[in-house]
Design a protein around this ligand. Structure first.
Ligand code: PLP
Length: 345
């Protein structure tokens, strides 16, 4: 299937908004083309709509061409754009692998796009036959989250490759937590083999920059071109671009050290939780959280809450019955969780 067959016709035809800076590409001394305040501050000018300087640094860091990178107001913006580029409201459908990140469904619901769900297997892997059967002629996008939220596991590579063999719509692999997984698990290096693949990453998790709202998508340059066409012209503000540039140029060692610390805490917490009688199971995690099955999750949740510790209650979601999702905190925060559990009667 060609890309054109997957894209909504109105999006394919779309003439994007052309900003003042877009139409004038040279260097000028006096900018009177965008109705900005001439006095202003460091922020009086509109930001670069295509964030070129930042993308060049990311391109070097990830060994990816600039024209295969999209930057958005969080990965959530990329998810929304994918929905609006490929799915005709009231007609097209997406497929999600239940249970997973909630935004895929919310974004689809907002766009009036039907959501089909295929349950993961009991060990939280892709049910390839189930996916094959859940796909309809209207299925435009399949969302795969790896490592998956809230289960924490990586999705098996061979199974995803199998899905690529029979599904020719858009496959989104959400790698929000990939920084915490062992090296070389990302799908980035295989992008050349799959013109229908979109990879999502984010500055919100390992980079410790959830507050700046910066998400990334990597895909063929044709798909990235469509995303740039549909996005609001100035979707990534100047402060965000600056903070990300600073992190990439001066904060790489800090980020890497923190990932090592978080992963070692994940291991320590896993062992200590496994020893507890009220814990039935700690699921193996390649992310910065643990999915933990308790004999009485409501009691644990309430007890932690009373002590001022909030975790995510997943005890009523399919395949996660009885489970709470606990983010790995600092060693002190993790100790507090353990000590609080000790006081539970
Ligand atoms: C946290 C998270 C994101 C990040 O979203 P942002 O909008 O970039 O903050 C994306 N996908 C998953 C699965 C997540 O858990």
């Amino acid at each position: 299937m060609s890309l054109r067959d997957l894209v909504r016709p109105n999006i394919w035809r779309l003439q994007p908004y052309s900003s003042a800076r877009h139409e004038f590409e040279g260097q000028a001394d006096v900018y009177l083309d965008a109705n900005e305040n001439p006095y202003g501050s460091a922020f009086s000018r509109y930001p670069d709509p295509l964030q070129l300087q930042l993308k060049q640094v990311i391109a070097r860091y990830k060994s990816m061409p600039v024209d295969q990178i999209f930057l958005g107001n969080g990965s959530d913006e990329a998810i929304d754009l994918i929905m609006r580029i490929f799915c005709r409201p009231g007609i097209d459908e997406i497929l999600v692998l239940f249970f997973t990140y909630g935004m895929y469904k919310v974004s689809a619901d907002i766009c009036d796009v039907k959501v089909n769900e295929c349950l993961l297997t009991s060990d939280y892997q892709i049910d390839v036959e189930g996916v094959r059967q859940a796909i309809t002629p209207e299925t435009k996008v399949l969302f795969i989250c790896s490592p998956n939220n809230p289960t924490g596991n990586l999705m098996d590579r061979e199974r995803i490759e199998e899905v690529f063999r029979f599904f020719h719509g858009i496959v989104v692999i959400d790698e929000a937590y990939m920084d915490f997984a062992p090296a070389n698990q990302s799908w980035l290096r295989t992008l050349v083999n799959y013109p229908n693949l979109v990879i999502l990453q984010t500055f919100s998790k390992a980079w410790g920059l959830a507050g700046i709202r910066l998400g990334l998508a990597y895909a063929s340059k044709e798909i990235i071109h469509l995303m740039n066409k549909v996005k609001p012209p100035y979707n990534v503000n100047q402060l965000t671009q600056k903070a990300a540039l600073d992190a990439l140029t001066m904060g790489l060692e800090k980020k890497e050290a923190e990932v090592i610390e978080i992963n070692s805490e994940r291991k320590r917490l896993t062992t200590l939780l496994e020893d507890r009688t009220e814990v039935l199971q700690v699921f193996p995690s390649e992310a910065n959280f643990l999915l933990v099955k308790f004999s009485d999750p409501a009691k644990v949740f309430q007890h932690l809450k009373t002590a001022g510790i909030v975790v995510r209650d997943r005890s009523k979601t399919p395949l996660c019955e009885g489970c709470l999702r606990i983010t790995i905190g600092t060693p002190e925060e993790n100790n507090l969780v353990l000590e609080t559990l000790n006081l539970m009667i």
